[in-house]
Design a protein around this ligand. Structure first.
Ligand code: ADP
Length: 290
């Protein structure tokens, strides 16, 4: 048996905004497997949202192939939205309605089964705020509401744009755990982020995106092994107190140890450090994530 058919299949996709003289997305190709969390990691303006908007049919007039669930995007009608969930970075709820009213309204648009609203609100800690108007919500609360709104129709494919943007650390952890739960339940996730921690912690595979192009696509761990330099950090105690020095793992030998111990210093701890995805991004693209 071969690999299962991809949920998203994109080949040589380009997109140019009307009136612009350059493509925002330039000939990108990638496939997303069922049940995979696939991430687009790149700085602001790289083309993440544009790609996502093409994939959810908000932008038409793209060039190249873009298939979801085995069919060209152009051949999908409104039934497409029964099968996908979308959470945008910008708050997208009706401000005059309460959280519960918003979810009830969006639930009424689906023909299939929907998740119980109270359970969704509970999941993201909004049960207490269920009957407050969204205009009274903080940005983080609006983000959490957006997130569960995307789960209403039990989507097979979830699009998330900066899923932890604007969240405090506790809620970011909660949302990341919920995304992993969706994966465990078989949902495919396509997410975009400029946050390397999100990409590293969540994604099975990550595509680096820069100037509308994808120079690499791989598992975060493999990228770190292939492109990142492993380093060793040594803490030393000497006359001037505790100091630390970092050197490449490849250079860490008897000679290096002897040199570190010189000048009356004692080695206190030795840690090996893995390259971060951000360092790999810099090594591959020559640019930072911010
Ligand atoms: P990202 O999501 O990675 O921050 P975007 O996909 O939003 O990047 O933007 C990619 C490029 O397209 C940028 O150069 C941006 O200025 C341009 N762009 C984005 N939205 C529009 C638009 N509505 N009209 C014209 N150009 C746009």
């Amino acid at each position: 048996m071969g690999d299962p058919a991809p949920v998203i299949d994109v080949d040589d996709l380009s997109y140019r905004y009307p009136g612009r003289d350059e493509d925002a997305v330039r000939g990108v190709s990638f496939q997303v497997a069922p049940g995979e969390i696939f991430g687009f990691l790149g700085p602001s303006g790289a083309g993440k949202s544009t790609t996502q908007k093409v994939l959810i049919k908000l932008l038409t007039g793209y060039r190249g192939r873009a298939q979801v669930f085995g069919r060209d995007l152009s051949s999908w009608g409104d039934d497409f939205y029964e099968r996908v969930g979308v959470s945008f970075e910008l708050p997208a709820s009706y401000r005059k309605l309460t959280a519960r009213e918003n979810l009830a309204l969006f639930a009424s648009l689906y023909s299939g089964e929907v998740e119980p609203i109270d359970a969704l609100l509970e999941m993201v800690g909004l049960r207490e705020a269920a009957d407050q108007r969204v205009s009274e919500f903080s940005k983080g609360m609006q983000m959490r509401l957006n997130f569960v709104r995307a789960l209403l129709n039990r989507p097979e494919l979830l699009f998330l744009d900066e899923p932890t943007g604007g969240l405090d650390p506790g809620n970011a952890v909660r949302i990341k755990a919920l995304i992993r739960e969706r994966r465990a339940a078989g949902t495919t996730v396509f997410l975009t982020t400029h946050d390397m921690t999100v990409a590293d912690e969540l994604c099975d595979r990550v595509a680096f995106i820069i100037d509308g192009e994808l120079p690499v696509i791989d598992a975060p761990r493999k990228l770190k092994l292939a492109h990142g330099e492993r380093r060793v950090r040594v803490e030393l105690r000497g006359a001037d107190g505790l100091t630390s020095e970092t050197l490449p793992l490849a250079d860490f030998d008897e000679g290096a140890l002897a040199e570190l111990r010189g000048r009356g210093r004692e080695i206190e701890t030795i840690h090996s450090e893995e390259a971060s995805l951000e360092q790999v991004f810099l090594a591959v693209t020559g640019r930072g994530l911010h």
